[in-house]
Design a protein around this ligand. Structure first.
Ligand code: 9D3
Length: 244
């Protein structure tokens, strides 16, 4: 998969993808990340990308011309009025539909994604209406722009691509808490006692049936406490019931 990012802060992306799973996926040729500077598609000598909102109001908006020109250069078929369903344009804005694990799974089927990063007070609405295939938000909080959101979207989707995760952190069964309806159970490593806090004795017992029951109960208790919004899972498909 190729990820394109259209941004006024190309240097922002120097850091996030240079380490870990994404960097290895890149090195292995499983994904490619191309950062595009929106100012490359401005026509004036000041490289203007923003302007004031019609009707008045605070702040500035990203103007449409450089965004359309950029997208129609990167996905050139769009300049001819064509649309390749394997190449999707996504506007990252505070107003979009929620990006979640299901959206990630769906988008991971595409060949190329072009992520437009909103900035300032927003983006001229014609970008959402006539340029982007969809408008996504990463959550209900105010970011300064779409760049951090783009990094999140790329990280989440890249993990789903074939060959990106090694066996160690395999995504064979990468269900998300919000989908299974329950958080992961609490986990502990050595030492068995740290500053007087003991690891639950059951986990040291070696009794695997008892451990499975403890994990199930602890996960449900933690879910009820921290994420009461998650749907309680029916006992039949509870993940700690599975043998392995
Ligand atoms: C008048 C209210 N606005 C400012 C407080 C709306 C607003 C405009 C622009 C809020 C955020 C932004 C910039 N944010 C993004 O471009 C953005 C975003 C976000 O803020 N939250 C979650 N996901 C995303 S994706 C892009």
């Amino acid at each position: 998969m190729t990820f394109h990012v259209l941004t006024i802060f190309p240097e922002f992306f120097r850091g996030p993808f240079e380490h870990g799973v994404i960097a290895r996926g890149r090195d292995a040729g499983k994904l490619e990340i191309r950062i595009h500077n929106l100012r490359d598609w401005t026509e004036d000598r000041h490289k203007t990308v923003d302007d004031r909102p019609f009707g008045g109001g605070e702040g500035m908006l990203l103007k449409p011309e450089p965004l359309f020109a950029g997208v129609e250069t990167i996905f050139a078929e769009r300049a001819r009025g064509e649309r390749d369903p394997q190449r999707r344009v996504i506007l990252l804005s505070a107003q979009g539909r929620k990006f979640d694990q299901a959206a990630a799974r769906r988008l991971s089927e595409a060949a190329e994604l072009l992520l437009i990063c909103g900035r300032y007070e927003g983006v001229d609405e014609r970008v959402a209406e006539h340029l982007a295939d969809e408008e996504l938000t990463v959550g209900d909080y105010v970011l300064s722009g779409g760049e951090l959101a783009a990094a999140v979207v790329i990280d989440v989707i890249a993990r789903l691509l074939p060959g990106v995760l090694g066996n160690a952190d395999s995504a064979v069964y990468e269900s998300f808490e919000g989908e299974s309806g329950v958080l992961d159970c609490p986990q502990y490593t050595r030492p068995a006692e740290f500053r007087g806090w003991r690891v639950p004795e059951t986990l040291l017992s070696g009794n695997h049936e008892q451990i499975r029951r403890w994990r199930k109960q602890a996960a449900l208790a933690k879910t009820a406490r921290l994420r009461p919004d998650l749907e309680a899972t029916s006992p039949d498909d509870f993940k700690y019931d599975r043998k392995n």
